[in-house]
Ligand binder design. Structure first.
Ligand code: FAD
Length: 377
């Protein structure tokens, strides 16, 4: 009988995992990939949508394009997970698994920040980014705040990128002189593992007159008075608030009893959970790397290699390195890169490659190579 592998979530983690299993094992495996959505969207595409560089419809890659032989994609909403029995219930049926992999990502809890829904805009979802895209052209004077409401949050460079791209956007419209931009972040510097990247970002903020507020997060908005209240009780008046909402594990994951302190704990070397035959990869875990696609993908590769070794024989994978490259938009059509490594040494490290126009093409290749690999488009 074929091994039944059920992968929950067709994000960076789920797509890479199923692609690798398909390539190594093809039809020798009974492989199901479940996601409630009909399409995949790269995280960075939300910035493209928000700043009008791409249309919201154009950034969706439909799952019907999944080309990997042996991958059975099911568009279903997962309603319950029993990790001990490795059983999954969806709105359409039930799955029994020999191996279960949870890659359900992180959801947003906008309501956790009082006033955010009424007085500000989150831009971390496609719907949120689309709303900001409509509002931005009407913002021509006053104070814009890009504010992180809670940590951990996806893609730590994204708030810095947003502030710089907002500067570009307002400058292009000739209204930058009438606007202020502030960036509120819970870190002492923009990218803590990489002093050089942080230095480059801080220099870019200084050059463009972006006010960086470190070691703070936004606790609440008061839409009537139009002020953002920070965690130390201080207040910042705003005219436009672009917020990174509190993140949380999807409800169905919390209900499954797999989470501790909000996220699924895993063995950082193998991504195994405490339930036999159950792994978790990507944003849904507390593995110790930032919540970013490259890390979800790297974790998925380790799980895939482990399963391939188990089923087909052969070399077991080395421990998960927690390493990956993140591209950082600096505005003015320049992109930098930070190569971070979380687990090799005693402390995380990061190497910075200076922002350039050449790197724009490299970032584009990062996206297109995944599109070709997972979807053949
Ligand atoms: C603005 C922004 C910019 C970013 N830029 C980058 C970047 O440049 N580089 C980078 O590496 N990362 C970036 N990221 C982060 C990246 O998008 C995420 O970290 C990554 O997608 C996480 O992968 P994952 O596989 O863990 O989860 P996800 O990709 O989030 O996938 C989870 C999947 O689970 C599905 N799901 C959830 N609940 C259910 C349910 N109940 N039933 C069925 N399906 C369900 C969802 O539909 C989703 O498809 C960015 C994020 C944002 C918001």
């Amino acid at each position: 009988m074929k091994t039944r592998v059920v992968v929950l979530g067709a994000g960076f983690g789920g797509l890479e995992l199923t692609a690798m299993l398909s390539e190594a094992l093809g039809d020798d495996l009974d492989l199901t990939l479940v996601d409630q959505s009909d399409s995949f969207v790269f995280g960075f595409s939300k910035l493209d949508v928000m700043f009008g560089r791409e249309r919201p419809e154009a950034v969706r890659v439909p799952y019907r394009h999944i080309v990997k032989p042996g991958v059975r994609f099911r568009q279903e909403a997962i309603a319950a997970i029993d990790p001990a029995a490795r059983q999954v219930t969806t709105d359409r049926g039930t799955y029994e698994a020999d191996v279960l992999v949870i890659g359900l990502g992180a959801d947003y809890d906008v309501a956790a920040t009082p006033g955010l829904a009424e007085g500000g805009y989150e831009f971390y979802s496609v719907a949120g980014a689309t709303r900001v895209r409509e509002v931005l052209p009407t913002f021509s004077k006053g104070h814009a705040i890009v504010g992180v409401c809670s940590a951990p949050f996806k893609c730590p460079p994204a708030p810095s990128e947003t502030a710089l791209l907002l500067d570009d956007h307002l400058s292009a419209r000739g209204v930058r002189g009438a606007c202020e931009i502030s960036l509120v972040m819970p870190f002492p510097v923009p990218i803590p593992p990489s002093p050089d990247t942080s230095k480059a970002l801080l220099a870019a903020f200084a050059e463009r007159g972006i006010h960086f507020v470190p070691k703070r997060h936004v606790r609440a908005l008061d839409p009537t008075r139009r002020v953002a209240v920070l965690d130390d009780g201080s207040e910042m008046p705003y005219d436009l608030f672009l917020g990174i909402p509190k993140h949380r594990a999807p409800e169905v994951v919390v209900k499954s009893g797999m989470t501790e302190n909000g996220w699924i704990p895993v063995d950082p070397r193998t991504l195994a959970t405490k339930f036999p035959g159950v792994y978790a990869v990507g944003d849904v875990t507390s593995v110790g790397t930032p919540k970013a696609g490259v890390f979800a993908e790297g974790a998925a590769r380790v799980v895939a290699q482990e399963l391939i070794a188990e089923i087909k024989g052969g070399e077991r994978p080395a421990a998960y390195a927690g390493a990956g490259s993140c591209y950082v938009e600096f505005g003015a059509n320049r992109v930098g890169r930070v190569d971070v490594d979380f687990f090799s040494g005693p402390a995380p490290t990061g190497t910075y490659t200076e922002a350039s126009t050449a790197m724009v093409a490299e970032k584009r290749r990062f996206g297109s190579s995944r599109r070709v690999r997972w979807f053949g488009v």
